[in-house]
Ligand binder design. Structure first.
Ligand code: ADP
Ligand code: ASP
Ligand code: MG
Length: 409
């Protein structure tokens, strides 16, 4: 088989761990597989580099950040290749550019535009294990390195697996697979044998950082056979696949928690046609990703016009820019006040079974009620229910939902 194996930060977190990874790769080679490895930076390295940049500037240019951050993955790719060579296995490391990964010029969250499979294919034909630095590509227009967003090595692995038509893409991490919820929050969480792309996509976008959400999107699009498993043991992992390949569909598959949430409340917004469009266009033009939106019913409490309240959520790192965006509307007297809150989290339940069953959402609400947790915002889709609650209730909410849907059974 042709296998892409991705090793995350903890899995390559020390020289001893890199040594273990090299042994694991050799084992796959000995079993007769052709292996392309994708590596993350050693754990903590990307955050350390970010803090180094912040030492000099609050707003370093994004292209310099990419040059800086991409270095972490290059270090591990070269080290792993050196370790493999030292063990008598021919290996070569490739940067994102070397691996033919071309992206747009959207630095720090670039999208992959194309991958040329030739460099990797020819290195494999020469008998190499190919070790690719994850998380990065090249913007051909400027010739500069780009990065694919936090957790982006998952995306590198899946995209490469698609491009070289690998039989399997294995994501090696520090947990045995995908659990019903983050096992660090709920030790009773159970490992799932299989989960559909759509459920995994929801889980990942809703805060389960075990897989980067764009990598799941890509896996679904390219039909990549994706498995998440531990680099610390030989246990079977979790298969992420098409819904129709899953025989037994649970009502709820998992609970996700996203702590990177903030809410912006706009109070006394002039209720005229076009106001929502103006507000959200301004946010979109500033490249700010808005998640949930709630508008309350206007109540005509002003002399000449109706006023309404609007609230929306963004990720915490975009709160400041979102607020700056909205200040314009206050200056123009189109709203009375702005209220920001970053002590909130989003807790979500995910499951394809919801499509065909009623009462799933109401159980989530009654579970919150029993714990006396106030729900501040709600949003739903076919296969998920998300609730914004106060941050201090995060763990309580996750655990009580986990037990309400009997996920620990
Ligand atoms: P890596 O460095 O290998 O990319 P990450 O730290 O990005 O690893 O992701 C693994 C972590 O994801 C786990 O340690 C776990 O705490 C967390 N996690 C969150 N939700 C889940 C879930 N539903 N199943 C498994 N792990 C989860
Ligand atoms: N090193 C990058 C990060 O920490 C990418 C990755 O590990 O996937 O976000
Ligand atoms: Mg990760």
């Amino acid at each position: 088989m042709l296998i892409v194996q991705k090793f995350g930060g903890t899995s390559v977190g020390s020289l001893e761990r890199i040594e273990k990874v090299s042994e694991r790769v050799l084992k796959s080679v000995a079993e007769g597989h052709k292996v392309v490895v994708v590596v993350s930076a050693m754990s903590g390295e990307t955050n350390k580099l970010i803090s180094y940049a912040k030492h000099f500037s609050d707003s370093p240019t994004e292209s310099e950040m990419d040059t800086l951050l991409s270095s972490g993955e290059r270090v591990t790719s070269a080290l792993l290749s050196i370790a493999l060579n030292a063990k008598g296995q021919k290996a070569t490391s490739l940067s994102g550019r070397g691996a033919g990964i071309v992206t747009d010029s959207n630095h720090t969250k670039a999208r992959i535009e194309s991958i040329d499979p030739k460099p990797i294919r020819s290195a494999i034909e020469d008998g190499n294990v190919v070790v690719v630095a994850g998380f990065q590509g090249i913007d051909e227009k400027s010739g500069r390195v780009t990065t694919l967003g936090r957790g982006g090595s998952d995306l590198s692995a899946v995209a490469l697996a698609g491009a070289i038509e690998a039989d399997l893409c294995e994501i090696y991490t520090d947990v045995d697979g995908i659990y019903t919820t983050d096992p660090r929050i709920e030790p009773k969480a159970k490992k799932l044998e299989v989960i559909s792309y759509d459920e995994m996509l929801e889980m990942a976008s809703l805060g389960a950082k075990v897989l980067q959400s764009r990598s799941v999107e890509m896996a679904k699009k390219l039909n990549v056979n994706l498995v998440t498993r531990s680099s610390f043991n030989e246990n079977e992992g979790t298969l992420i696949t098409n819904e129709d390949k899953i025989v037994e569909k649970p009502l709820v598959s998992g609970i996700a928690l996203d702590k990177n949430q903030a809410r912006v409340g706009l109070i006394g917004v002039v209720d005229r046609p076009g106001i929502a469009s103006d507000i959200f266009k301004a946010l979109a033009d500033a490249n700010i990703n808005v998640d949930m939106i709630v508008q309350t019913v206007g109540h005509g409490n002003s002399d000449s016009e109706d006023l309404t309240n609007v609230a929306f959520t963004v990720s915490r790192d975009e709160l400041e820019s979102a607020k700056n965006c909205i200040l314009k509307f206050k200056a123009n007297n189109e709203l009375q006040d702005i209220e920001v809150n970053d002590n909130i989290v989003k807790v979500s339940i995910v499951g394809v079974g919801m499509k065909s069953h009623t009462g799933v959402a109401s159980k989530a609400f009654s579970t919150m009620a029993n714990e006396r947790i106030n729900i501040m915002m709600i949003s739903t889709s076919e296969i998920k229910v998300s609730m914004i609650i106060e941050e201090k209730y995060s763990e309580l909410a996750v655990r009580s939902l986990h037990s309400a849907y009997e996920l620990d059974k």
